[in-house]
Structures are given as C-alpha cells and as structure tokens.
Write a protein that binds this ligand. Sequence first.
Ligand code: B12
Ligand code: SF4
Length: 550
Amino acid sequence: MEAGDSMKIVLCAIDAKFIHTNAALRMIRAACPFPCRLLEFTIKSAPSEIVDAIASERPDLVGFSVYLWNVDIVKTVAAALRARCRTTIVAGGPEITHDAASGLRDGTYDFIVRGEGERAFASLCEALSTGSDWRGIPNLAWKDEAGVRMNPIMPIADLGSLPSPYRSVDGDDSLPHRIQYLEWSRGCPFSCAYCLAPLDGGVRFFPLERVKEDIVSLLEHGARTFKFLDRTFNLKPEAASELLDFIIDRHLPGTVFQFEITGDLLPAWLIQRLNETAPAGLFRFEIGVQTTNDEANLAVDRKQDTARLFENVRMLVEGGRVVIHLDLIAGLPKEDVASFINTFDATFGLLAPELQLGFLKLLHGTPLRRDASRYGYEFTSDPPYEVIQNDCLSVADLDRIRAVETCLDRFWNRGIARPAIRMIQAAAPSMFLLFERLYAAAIREGFDFMHASLIDRFRLLDAFVSSEFPDSYAMIHDELVLDYLEAAVVKPKRWWPERMRKSPMMIRAHSADPSISIDDYQKYGVVIRYRDGFAVVVYRPSGKKTVRFR
Ligand code: B12
Ligand code: SF4
C-alpha cells in the first residue's frame, strides 16, 4: 500500500457461539476513519474457511479480536494468512493485552493494541495510510530490532466521544437471533484479584441518552436479546432505575435484557420497584456470589456483604419478576471442600432459577495469577487456565465439585423437576451431598448426562428419591409425575406404573373446569393421582392446561 491510499481493512471476530456478537470490533469499526469490513465466525468455523474469507478481501490490514475462547484459532488463522498474502496484522483484546510480548515475539502479529482499541486502532490506520510515525500511539505494542516495545495504556476518558455502532445496522438479518451487547459504563470500582475488570482503567460512563438511543435503534431493527456489559450495572442506582424504567416503557414482546449486578449494592427501593413494575422475564440479573467464605473473599480482595446480598436475592426471587442467575467460583484461595459445600448449600437455598458453578481461571494479567504459587495453584497451561488444584483443594475435591456441577446443570438449571427438587431441598441437610449421591447413582445406572431424554431424567430422579427419602417418597413422586407431564409439549409416554379408568375421571375433571370440553379431556388428557386428589394435563393442539380436582 502506498502512503495516501485509502486502506482496505478487515476486522475478524471469532465468537464463542453463533448467538454472541463481537462488541469490540463493532465499536472499533464505528470509530475508524476508514471503512472496515467486519467478518464474523465462531470457534467451530474451519480455520481455512476464515483464511479464505479474509484473503478474498485482499486487505491491507487485518484486525483480530483475541479472547480466551479464540486465542488458539486466531493464532492459526493469522499464521496461515501471513503465509498467504502480504497484509499488516493487528491484534487486540483482553487475552492479548496482558500477554502482548509473546504474540509479538513469535511474529504472529505486527502490532498489538493493549487495552481499549478505538483510538489506538484509528490512529494506527491513519498513520499507516499517510506514512507518518506511529511510534507514539498510546496502547500500541510492536517489535523492532531492539525487542518488544510497549507504549503505556491510556484509558479513554470521554467515552461519549466514541461513535455508536448501533445507528447503522440496516440489512443485518442476524439481529433478531443474536445477543446485542450494550455498554453504559466501562471499568469496575472493585478489585477482585481473579478478574481483569480492575485493570480496565477506572469506571467511566457513556451518556445515558446515547444508551437509550442505541436501545431504540436496535429494537427497531429487530433485536430482542440484549446484554449490558457493565461490570456493575447498579453502580449509580438512580440512573440505573431510570434506564430500567425506559426499557420497561419501550420493550417489545419477547425482549430480554441481561445485566451484571453487584447484589449487595442493590437498594431495597429499587428491588421493590422492580418487583412491582417489571414485566416478568424482561430482566435477567447475573449476580456474583462466588463464595460465602469471608476469608476467601479477603484473600482475593473481594468486598462482599453476604448477608445483605442474600437478603436482596431472596427479595428478588420471591418477587418473581426478574430472572435471577447466580454465579459461584470453585477453587478460590482459602476455600477448601468443606467451605465450598457451605457456600453451595447456602447459595442453592436461595432457589434462584439459575445457579452457575464455575471453576477458577487464572487469567493473564490478574493479581491472583501472579500470586498463584503463594496458594499452591496448579492450573492448565493452555486456555482457559483452569484450576487443577491448590493448597487447600485437591484434584479429588474438584472432581466432587464437578460431579455436583453436572447434576446442577442437567437438572436444576434446565428447569427439570423444579417443584420436586424444592421439596427435596427442604428435606435434605445438604444439596451438595445430595447432588453428589445423585451423580453416583446416575453413573451406577449408566445414565448418559449429555443425551438423556426427559423420561430418563425423571426415571432417574424418581428411583433416587425412593431410595433417599422413603418416608416422603409418595409426595415427591406425585410432584415428579406432574412436573414431567407439565414439562412435555405433547402427550408423553408414562414411566410410572399406576393407571386409572379414564372416562369417570375426565367427567370429574370437566366439572372442576368446564372450560375444556369432555371430548378434549378424553382425547388429549392424561390423568394422575396428585396429593390427596387428582390432576389432568390436557395436551390440546391450542395449548396445554393442567386441571386439579378431587
Ligand atoms: C460477552 C462475553 C463472553 C461471551 C462470548 C462473547 C463472544 N463474542 O463470543 C461468553 C458468555 C460465551 C463468554 C464466556 C467466557 N468468558 Co467472557 N466475557 C464476555 C464479556 C462480558 C464481554 C466482552 C466484550 O464484548 N466487552 C466489550 C468490549 C468493548 O470490550 P473488550 O472486549 O475489552 O474490547 C476492547 C479492548 O479489549 C480492545 N479490543 C478487543 N478486540 C480488539 C481487536 C482489535 C483489532 C483491537 C485493535 C482492539 C481490540 O478494544 C475493545 C474496545 O475498547 C467480558 C467482560 C466485559 N464486560 O468486557 C467477558 C470476558 C471477556 N470473559 C472472560 C472469561 C474468563 C470468560 C470465560 C472463561 C468464563 C467462564 N465461563 O469461566 C468463558 C470462556 C468461554 C469459552 N468458550 O471458553 C474474561 C476474560 C477472558 C480473556 N482473557 O479473554 C472477561 C474479560 C471477563 C473477566 N473475567 O474479566 N464471555
Ligand atoms: S469480579 Fe465483578 S466486582 Fe469483582 S472486579 Fe470483577 S467485575 Fe468487578
């Protein structure tokens, strides 16, 4: 490329799955003075397909966005591209920001942009196109004869000056099917030692009005699932409430907005307001509990008022309007297996509809990775750098936690047998130990966690409950059968032995709820004994309905 020419730029995103979108490259494209072609793939795409697509654009410069989930495939693609055509290769993103030297030393990338990329990328493209000196551009790293050079990272102070990527989304047919990532703020005021957010350069906000305009524009273009990337959306509760009210006002049927919330910072008035005004299912709050062990929190510099956090979550779960997703991390320093069992049992007891049990990752750039030897950490050398063991949690302990995570994910988080599991939880001293025994029973039975059908899952649970809770089995069994019928979309196969004479039961059901015709009861109904009466689930083509009667 000659100095003065307009540059041909390709930006390449490789997402974890199709439903995700790469927000970083959309922001970078919007801020770049040259037109950029955004090519988006997933980690399942074949590297050769990605290389072909990029090379066919004959780009002067290619920008890759590098995260933990795509660092390997990006490297493969970049190396193949370098062998195939002459192009400048630039990389940025959290996985390369804190490991820039290795990406430059092996020659994969010509430039790395550390930290926020909008300004640095725009300046680099301008400098390359005019042939001017790029050595002074903040955030830029490169390699020359003297070795790797890294300019200091300068956070963008005035986020409002960055153009929005969401005002020209015409013609993007994928909008309704993918998550749209929105930003109101960047950075986090807290300093959890396992997290990258504290390194992002302090909390800064985009103007609220701009965020509202982005929402309106995306809704108009068919987007329905949104996630705010703010590390703590509720940092300014009054303004957050204003934004939530705006969304309540403007949302369309089927829209979902997700937020990361710091649970102990939620004021009671805001919870109350949401419980009164939020349409059920419109908002999903992801709340990090991580651990209830104060010593572990102290070790990772995480400030958390667990009592307050639990109280707030309880209010939200009881309110039933906002979908609550809680996160736990196994493998934090000072948390042995006994402590983790306490953390799990207490958190599960909140009965939030989603509880995600994650395993600690020792991310490049984090204080915990630097201090790893102090806590005896061993972790995978390749991404995702997951804990293998530390000085208080052995490989075997982590295997126990993994077994529990499997049951949690395959039953509770998928909404299978919720009411029955709630009854089990009320009767069990420890859900951790119970899930662990369920896992062992499943393995004995040769149960296939990945591919098990609904009927297999319920059969497993029923047999397990009959051996674990013989005294309350009858009650939990009734609940399991009804849960199963309600989970099925069309009339399902039975797995319980009891049958009843149908006709007289359907006449009784019809007197309890005459809105369904006798014919429909007979044709589409399945009747079961339920508690001290009966229940019929009617699978009419127009919709399913449950009728309880005595
Ligand atoms: C969305 C998201 C996901 C999505 C995937 C999204 C996708 N496109 O496929 C999902 C939910 C799948 C996911 C999963 C995980 N994630 Co995640 N995720 C995020 C999240 C919330 C948003 C990323 C984002 O878009 N940010 C907004 C943009 C604007 O900021 P940015 O990414 O930092 O980009 C800026 C700069 O980095 C730079 N930049 C970025 N790309 C480029 C490219 C060029 C050319 C240039 C010049 C600059 C540049 O400029 C950008 C604008 O300033 C971040 C946290 C956050 N709020 O950022 C975590 C984050 C990226 N995830 C993280 C982690 C640890 C995980 C998991 C391991 C968590 C887990 N389950 O244990 C998994 C791994 C998944 C896997 N399959 O292996 C870590 C960091 C990982 C890393 N080093 O890459 C983050 C930072 C959260 C944290 N703990 O701090 N994640
Ligand atoms: S874990 Fe959450 S609260 Fe802690 S530093 Fe990261 S984003 Fe902030």
